[in-house]
Write a protein that binds this ligand. Structure first.
Ligand SMILES: [Zn+2]
Length: 416
């Protein structure tokens, strides 16, 4: 079976122009002794807005690998797919992020719930997970609640997995299960029984993306209690370790952190915990590359800076429309957004410094950054005007993309 490496990075790219720069950042990490598998990911939603298709992502990945002479493994991820849209990704993808968030909370039949509860009898009472100091108290009520919440979703994941396996061959792809795009986080004990359901469905999941405590807003730092996150993250890792043995799941099953770019304040904790238990990690960082494109355009100046300003000004006038699909993953304070008049007076440096994620920089504005994050639809509407500017300024932009991924992300996460 195609197995994902211990460390992997989701390097999404809205407009498919930064494959080389992204891969180059990972090659730099490789030279530093840390092998991180590149996974080019793009969701159906992004394809829809950008008017691209899954074959474009495959083309970008293959081309970057060829041009840079990269010899390691890599994947193309059909990100957040469901039964309704998976078909279009079958041919070009070899990593599938099965998203069943929309089925969470839909109760299964009484029979299904009953037999799930019965199958868990060995874990009722005091459930002790090795290396977690406190036992979890598990009773029938708790199991029923967990089954009511998650059984339908994981049954659906089984259907999607089998659809992919039937069409692609079960050995030819990596499976991720994602439940991150929901309101409330899953607790470690919930994760344990979710993993039992995944095993019951015979899904050979290699990565799992729960929703963690705190806010994972797009393109900006973690907002929440870092020590609470660390406790939960550590327990999740231990739960996975135990579940792999108990339920015979894939032995390389690891956590996947969605909206994982720019979460600088939790990277040291993630680093510490995966090192402590010698575990792998997958981190999705898609949106941060698009932001670097806009930074690169601003730095380039002239027409490119004008385009960067225009993206912001248009995004501001269509704020509600652009923010709506991302309500759970952005947090913009409108009073902190600069006016179009203000922006007009900015030079390259001021625009780039306001957008670039350097914590503590006096010009950095996370509200401005999040609005541009959701504004890629505007760039998509600009069509070749935008992509021609990407081509004309590819050196400057490529440097921004590579530096961001390597210096601000990989270095911090893997202590390079
Ligand atoms: Zn996600």
């Amino acid at each position: 079976m195609k197995k994902i490496g211990k460390y992997s990075f989701g390097i999404g790219d809205r407009f498919a122009h930064q494959g080389n720069a992204q891969l180059s950042a990972l090659q730099k990490a490789r030279k530093g002794g840390i092998e991180v598998t590149p996974v080019w990911n793009k969701s159906n939603r992004e394809h829809h807005y950008v008017l691209s298709n899954p074959a474009d992502t495959r083309k970008e990945a293959d081309q970057a690998v060829k041009e840079l002479g990269y010899k390691g493994d890599y994947c193309v991820d059909a990100d957040h797919i469901n039964l309704g849209n998976v078909e279009g990704f079958i041919h070009s993808s070899d990593f599938f992020t099965i998203d069943v968030a929309s089925k969470i909370g839909i109760p299964a039949t009484t029979d299904e719930v009953g037999s799930f509860i019965a199958s868990c009898s060995a874990y009722t009472g005091q459930l002790n997970i090795p290396n977690i100091t406190h036992p979890f108290l598990v009773d029938g009520d708790m199991l029923k609640k967990i089954a009511d919440k998650f059984l339908t979703a994981i049954t659906e994941a089984g259907k999607i997995y089998r659809f992919i396996a039937d069409h692609k061959g079960s050995d030819n792809f990596v499976t991720e299960i994602s439940m991150d795009e929901v309101e409330s986080p899953q607790s470690p004990v919930e994760l344990f029984f979710i993993l039992k359901m995944i095993a019951d469905q015979k899904i050979p999941a290699q990565t799992i993306a729960p929703k963690f405590t705190g806010r994972f807003n797009k393109g900006v730092d973690y907002a929440g209690n870092v020590s609470m996150f660390a406790k939960e993250f550590e327990e999740d890792i231990l739960v996975i370790d135990y579940a792999v043995k108990e339920f015979h799941l894939m032995d390389n099953l690891k956590l996947s952190v969605h909206s994982g770019s720019d979460k600088f304040s939790i990277y040291p904790e993630i680093q510490r915990i995966i090192t402590k238990y010698d575990k792998g990690i997958h981190v999705k960082t898609a949106g941060t590359t698009w932001l670097e494109e806009v930074i690169g355009l601003a730095v380039a100046g002239g027409e490119a800076l004008k385009a960067a300003k225009s993206i912001y000004v248009q995004a501001l006038s269509r704020k509600d429309e652009l923010c709506a699909p991302y309500a759970d993953v952005i947090d913009i304070n409108p009073s902190q957004l600069p006016s179009p008049e203000e922006i007009n007076g900015w030079n390259s440096e001021k625009f780039a410094n306001t957008l670039r994620h350097i914590p503590g920089h006096p010009d950095y504005n996370p509200n401005f950054r999040q609005l541009i994050h959701v504004g890629y639809k505007i760039a998509a509407e600009m069509g070749t005007y935008y992509t021609d500017l990407l081509k004309a300024n590819s050196d400057i932009i490529g440097q921004c993309v590579e530096e961001n991924l390597y210096d601000r992300h990989l270095k911090r996460l893997f202590k390079l």
